[in-house]
Design a protein around this ligand. Sequence first.
Ligand code: UDP
Ligand code: MG
Length: 322
Amino acid sequence: MAPVLYIIIPCYNEEAVLPQTAPMFLDKIRDLAGKGKIAEASRILFVNDGSRDRTWQIIEDLAAQDEHFLGIAQSRNRGHQNAVLAGLMESMDRCDITISIDCDGQDDINAMDQMVDAYLDGCEIVYGVRAARDTDTFFKRFTAQTFYKLLNRMGAEVVYNHADYRLMSSRALHELAKFKEVNLYLRGMVPLVGFKSTTVAYDRRERLAGESHYPLSKMITLAVDGITSLSVKPIRIITVTGLLISLVSFIGIIWALVAALSGHSVPGWASLACIVCFMGGIQSMFMGVIGEYIGKIYMETKERPRYIISERTPGMEEAHDA
Ligand code: UDP
Ligand code: MG
């Protein structure tokens, strides 16, 4: 029997683009169902991430117009990753496969055909990877590439050029649900789930309307979160650097002692000040990195909910909480 597909779409202040892209998603579902690749019961689930504009009204209207559209709303803005997780967890018991995709039309929805084919071939997870980054500004391309390199160097295994456009089977999602962390970095967590997986290349276009919600500051936060939630390598780097600095200091101390004993010592205010500043700087930086991890531990021990649903469109009502 053809699998039931749920397309999970996080939306944050997307009133400009949603009316354009929603019909495209619907066409895709109809097209796939028409080809017999997915079941008629397949749905499009919008996750409103605490938008301040008319996004939720638009979602409610869509749900009223066509039964293929469903919606849930987070009680406030929690960020893209939590919105995607909310959608995935809420749908994993209702469908056989999910595909998460942004709502701005940037990711080519035609790649869904290949994703579903790969699932029908036995893959549990299919990563959408960007074929080229021509449409990005040089700045976005450069920062994104640096980000992937940094992540991999730091020991977090991520699929190159994969954002959150991916197919996951219900089975893989049930395993993902066991990852209880509150600091989410799905791109790093999903590969840890394992199972048979593959990649599908797609073209990424420019946003159809509206503006990006990922300014540099959010990208940096995502990078730091990615590294610190997936790897303890920075701590190890600190330890090694600390050891090296201690070694250099030790040599410096011997040198100072020898100089003093042989009567060559001068009033060394400058060198002393340099050392004090240097050590002060290095130490506060290191404490900062360690603080990052302690902060993470603190947040994780609270075991706060990772998402809170405040509203649901009719078809999404009886879902159980993850
Ligand atoms: N998004 C969200 N919560 C946020 C920010 C973004 O749900 O706090 C959604 C947004 O509506 C879009 C997706 O995440 O569907 C990707 O965001 P955006 O297109 O702004 O980022 P970019 O593609 O520029 O990296
Ligand atoms: Mg976008």
